[in-house]
Write a protein that binds this ligand. Sequence first.
Ligand code: ES4
Ligand code: ZN
Length: 326
Amino acid sequence: LTPQQLIHQLPKAELHVHIEGTFEPELMFAIAKRNQIDIPYQTIEDVKNAYNFHNLQSFLDIYYAGANVLVKQQDFYDLAWAYFEKCQADNVVHTEIFFDPQTHTERGVDFATCFQGLYQASLDAKAKMGITSHWILCFLRHLSEDSAFATLEQALPFKDNIIGVGLDSSEVGNPPAKFERVFAKARAFGFLTVAHAGEEGDPAYVWQALDLLKVNRIDHGVRSAEDDKLMQRLIAEQMPLTVCPLSNLKLKVVQDMGEHNIKTMLHQGVCVTVNSDDPAYFGGYMNDNFVAIEQALALSNDDIKQLAINSFNASFIDDDEKQHWI
Ligand code: ES4
Ligand code: ZN
């Protein structure tokens, strides 16, 4: 069995993917056309040329612009359905998907329009492909605490179908502490919690996510390796890090995939997982991420299997369901 074959055939869970980041240019053109919305690209070629990032913010500017063409419930359905087809192709049998309601409500698209389209696609993915999923509402950390509270309020009618809340967007300058009260309220309603931390931000952001937001997982977290005490804690608590190798490369969190610390952290006993983050923008879905690190870091078959096991262990599926996949 070649590493590629092993990567493909292993059942995997994805725990860090933004649905708006799965928006492929072809679908973006089609939806822009039917909604009669202008986009700043003429051809797929133009789009690919624009996807040349030097840091997180240069990506986010383009990512939010792309989401502007999503208006109708059907648009959100089509977006999510296309992602589930990618999951099926990669043997991703379970996925926990972020959505950014404020990206849509800030432009006058209702929370319900967005979420009902996404959720219907996940029901159909379960029925037609057997793929299970959970939805995680992410607050945009560059917006205010008040805006996050208002978004939490809008989510309440749908809370039985939203497993948790997260925190994404521009990290540096928007520390987890800014959302301590919002997360406390979300936990009181029964939401699980995650947060992007230690992607561009230093280890203090990871400490805050753990101590102030009381998260169940850290998204990215690769800069935790700069702090030995923090590493000891992550290992002792088996706190998962949802790592996104191609994202880290494209946003220049690492300059070369050969420098990525995921293999070192795996061998140190950190519960690291492999994820695609914004696959339409960063050059690949789940298996592409596995292949990229397998090649750059010479992963063993046991490493690859452990990463797949970690993905289920770190997931929010029930323990008996987990045992089925591990
Ligand atoms: C994101 Cl890579 C990344 N980091 C922070 N926020 C995000 N939203 C979408 N992708
Ligand atoms: Zn992310």
